[in-house]
Structure formats: C-alpha cells, structure tokens
Write a protein that binds this ligand. Sequence first.
Ligand SMILES: [Zn+2]
Ligand SMILES: [Zn+2]
Length: 393
Amino acid sequence: MPSDDALIIDDDDRYSRMRLIAWWDQEKLHSAKVLVVGIGALGNEVAKNLALMGVGHVFGIDLDCVEDSNLTRSVLFREADNGQPKVHAAAKALYDMNRDTTFYPTHGNVMTDVGLGLIRDMDVIIGCLDNREARLWVNRMSWKVGTPWVDGGIQEINGVAKVFVPPDGACYECAMTENDYRLMSLRYSCPLLKREDILEGKVPTAPTIASIIAGLQTQEALKLIHGMKVEDGGAMVFNGIANNFYKTNYQHNPDCLSHHTYGEALKTGLSASDPLEKLFGFAEEKLQSKNVSLNLDRDLVQTIDCVQCNSSEPVYLPTYSVNANRIKCEICGTDRKPNLTHLINSDSGLLSKRIDEVGIPAYDVVCFQTDDKEVFLELDGDRDSLYEKRYRP
Ligand SMILES: [Zn+2]
Ligand SMILES: [Zn+2]
C-alpha cells in the first residue's frame, strides 16, 4: 500500500508525472496558445517541448526549407524532409509526438505574414530568431496588443534567454544600443532589398546550447501560461565554456519607440481580401470624419523617383513586394529613389485596392487616426479560416 496518496499514479494518463508538480495545470496548458517564431535549432527544441507538455495550440512560422546542415541541430527533421518547408516537416513530427497538440504551420515571414489579431490571441510568443530586425518586429507587435514574449539567442555553446511583458516592463528595444540601430540601418541602406537576401543567420551553434536555451525559454513560457511570477525586462545569460550563468535587468526607457500600446480593437467582419474602401468606411463612421488616415505598420512605396530625369513612377506597393531591380532608371541608368510612406488618407485614390494589396496581412488589427482621435479595427473576417489551417496528415 503506498504511503503517500500523491504517489498514486494513473499510468493511462500521459501527463500523470507532470500533474504531480504542485502548481501544474494540464488543462491550462491544453487550452494555451503559443506562437513559435522561427523553426531552426531553437524553434525545433521549443516546439518539441511544447508538444511534450501537451500545449494545445502551437503556431509556427518560418520562411526556410530543410537543408542537410539543419539535421545536426533539429530534433523534428529527418533526411527525407530535405527541401521541404521547415514548418511542414515540424508539423509531421509534432503530430506523431502528441496529437493533443494542434500545430498551425505558416510558411512565411513574421514581418509580413502575421496579423496582430493572431499575436493578441496568443498567451505567449517564443522568439527563436537569428536577427535584430525580426526581434524588434516581434517586440513591437507584442507591445501593441499586450502579449508577452520570450526571446532566445545562441552562438557556439553560449546563449541568452530574455522575457518581455508589456506594457510596463523594459522591452527588447529599451535594451538596444546605438550600435544595434547602426548595424540595422546599414543592412537597410537600400529599402528595396528583399529581406531574405539580407538575413543570413549562419551563426555556428551546437545542438546542446539550443536545448539549454530553448529549455529556459519554454520554462518561462510555462510560467507565463500559469500566471506565475517571471523576472521580465532582463536577460538570462549562459556561458557554456565557463559554465557561468547570470541575470541582468534592463532599464525601462521612457522614450523607447516600441511602447505604442493599442486600445481595444473593434470587430469589422472584414477580411484582408476585402476592398480598402470598406475599411475606410468603417473608420470614417467610427471617427465621425471624412478625412481619416490609416497608419500602416509596413512602409508603402508610393513612387520611385529619378532625380536625373525628374520623373516619378507610381508604385503603391509594400516595400517587401517591390523588386530591387526596379531601382535602376530605364532611361538614364542611374539608381532612382523610392519614396516611402506609412500613411494612407481617405483621398489617396487607393481605396479601390484590396486591403492586403497595401501590405496588411490577414487577421490584422489596424490603426486609423484623425488629428485628435484614433481607432483600432480588427479584420476578424479572417479568423476562422486562419484557425482552419491546422496541420492534418
Ligand atoms: Zn522599450
Ligand atoms: Zn533617369
């Protein structure tokens, strides 16, 4: 007869050992939603941990396909996956691992293909990224809609994990230095270079450090899901050579550009494939003005101008969908200059375009302004189809 009731274990329940942890709430995990951004070495370990723990809804986004060199650091990939999108290879492996976990794969870029509605729906975002630009993007999105995020970074056998909780704590950008901004602007000296051409992410790493840092990231996410106290606005730094582990805290910067927090979003019933005109109609009614501005998260190329020829070609496309080879002037051969904007006004002549044609992703939350008011509108018409995109074999 067991001496302690707590040791009676239901062997038919795969979560029975974890339920023995005093604060563990398997039902909470089962209803939790987590977005994993990047399915490389860290993302593989994080997604694996989430599936092992029975987290109910795991969203994954990644742009890349599996290569042989990924196989040494990616528990979810097999040789046969070579050439397949990483999110699809991961989806198969996670399905085999635990069917209690529903995986929603997006083969795309977090900076262009994820709407704020989805970010807001998440309990936590786990960043498994290899560049500042994408981290800064995730940081700003998470602040806008109030979702905590856990960043991770690895190099060789060293690594760092950081927890950020909006709206009051220090954020990723609070900790950015002049040098970080300088390195970023160098890479963006031409705004029309495709991001995938710029981002390299060929940092050498061992699978062991990926396990360690992803383990920390997932544990912090686990605490956030349980509503436990976390030390946010700082970093946990692990030096694998010296086996030295320490924590630092960042200073909250009141001038930080990431701290724009959206108010409550109004449902519009619209989808990103609807005409911009309908969205403007909604905003004009709510703001009671015929002259409103849509404040875009992603710059739009209005025109490409040639100073030599004094000519201007109308474009009106998001920067990421304008090919860099359009820069050269066909007449004089010099490099022209893209003229960017992040505002669309009621009288812009663009309202017959579709919402997604100006770079707004599905299920996004957009911000409309007048001189003294702002309103936040949600493309909730996309929600159901987005959640339908779960992986099924
Ligand atoms: Zn900040
Ligand atoms: Zn020219």
